[in-house]
Design a protein around this ligand. Structure first.
Ligand SMILES: *Cc1c(COP(=O)(O)O)cnc(C)c1O
Length: 390
């Protein structure tokens, strides 16, 4: 709907500050090692066959080793299912838990796909708030009030989409303890794992797998900036064998076996990608994102009708609140985004799509000059519509 309002007579390039795929910008091109790994796998002629339901063993082993580096225990290949991006890992996690009458607790604001897919499979969703004044931490009391005997899991996204926050070790531990008390498991979406550039380091939820069972979902898409490669994983952190005991593992594997697998040659490249990506590539990406986050935060401060309660410390996004009293003739966040598309040929996501009415989600993962251009357009738009202009 918003895209339809872009003005075709506007000669300027369209700027999308709406989605998290910076792969179109040369500065975000993935590392040559990863590309070479895919070429090698393809030209070896060894990956032309069907894969296996849960993924090829060397690739699952490589993912287990990659994730174990940050954990107090070792994962094995049996804890890993390879998926078509993080998206299919979410599908499998939710489907395996969706027994009749079950409900799942989702963060608000949240990543909309969880709502869409839950609705698709008839899984009831309930929402707990992320609290902006607490750095978007989970409202833990709300979790206890929401859960009942039919609650199967709660979802966290860390580093956060859409809020750009990074949970501390202590907060994640509290999440684990609440989940344990309620007898539910935690689905931790870590698709932005390691993409942090503030004071909080990335801590995987699996660290607390000894307190509560954790299903971690992730992919190559964001850290390697190759969302089109469609290679993700679902990993169980289950040190007490609870998921095993209650048949959740079995259910996950059966569900994985009735859907399509990632392309075999991409799976074939996984060990080399995970083992050989240079530190320089990762730190280059982090430096660009950090610089982008600074640019974005500073520019937003110059725009009176936008309030940013939290400077992003991870992922590719920031949430800003619209002060509609400072805008003339703008009804709500959708109206704002439609008029912005029409007048400035740029796209921003209205908060209502993530459960946060009259907020906006800005993606700052762009080439810096494009980001600056976009933020200038945003500022010009807000100035033109400011109430004080009358
Ligand atoms: C992008 C994204 C995904 C999907 O990842 P793919 O690997 O592209 O399927 C899942 N969760 C969140 C929070 C995301 O931002």
């Amino acid at each position: 709907m918003i895209m339809e309002n872009l003005n075709p007579h506007d000669e300027r390039p369209m700027l999308a500050l709406a989605h998290g795929d910076p792969s179109i910008f040369p500065c975000f091109r993935t590392c040559r090692n990863a590309e070479a790994a895919v070429v090698d796998a393809l030209s070896s002629g060894q990956f032309n066959s069907y894969g296996t339901a849960v993924g090829l063993l060397p690739a699952r082993k490589a993912v287990a080793e990659y994730l174990s580096r940050e954990l107090p225990y070792d994962l094995s290949a049996n804890d890993v299912v390879l998926t078509l991006g993080c998206t299919q890992a979410i599908d499998i996690a939710l489907t395996s838990l969706a027994s009749p009458g079950a409900n799942v607790l989702l963060p608000r604001p949240g990543y909309p796909y969880y709502e869409v897919f839950s609705a698709h499979i008839g899984l009831e969703t309930r929402h707990f708030d992320l609290v902006p004044k607490n750095g978007w931490e989970v409202d833990l009391d709300a979790i206890e009030a929401l859960a009942d005997a039919n609650t199967v899991a709660m979802v966290i996204v860390n580093p956060g989409n859409p809020c750009g926050n990074v949970f501390t070790y202590n907060h994640l531990q509290k999440v684990a303890e609440v989940a344990k008390k309620l007898g539910i498991l935690v689905i931790s979406d870590e698709v932005y794992g390691h993409l942090t550039f503030g004071s909080n380091p990335f801590v995987p939820m699996g660290v607390f797998g000894n307190i509560v069972p954790v299903i971690t979902v992730g992919s190559l898409s964001k850290r390697w900036i190759v969302p089109g490669w469609r290679l993700g994983w679902l990993v169980t952190n289950d040190t007490h064998g609870i998921l095993q005991k209650y048949g959740v593992m079995e259910s996950i594997k059966r569900i994985a076996s009735i859907s399509a697998d990632p392309a075999s040659f991409i799976q074939g490249a996984v060990p080399q990608i995970l083992e050989n990506t240079s530190k320089e590539f990762f730190s280059r990406v982090i430096n660009i994102l950090k610089n982008d986050a600074d640019i974005c935060y500073e520019k937003v401060q110059e725009i009176p009708c936008l309030i940013c309660p939290y400077k992003p410390e991870g992922s590719m996004f920031v949430m800003v609140k619209l002060d509609l009293s400072q805008l003339d003739g703008i009804i709500d966040d959708i109206d704002f985004c439609i008029k912005l598309a029409k007048e400035e040929k740029m796209i921003i996501l209205p908060g209502v799509t993530m459960g946060a009415k009259n907020w906006l989600r800005i993606t700052f993962a762009l080439e810096p000059t494009a980001l600056e251009d976009g933020l200038e357009r945003l500022k010009a738009f807000c100035q033109r519509h400011a109430t004080t202009n009358k």
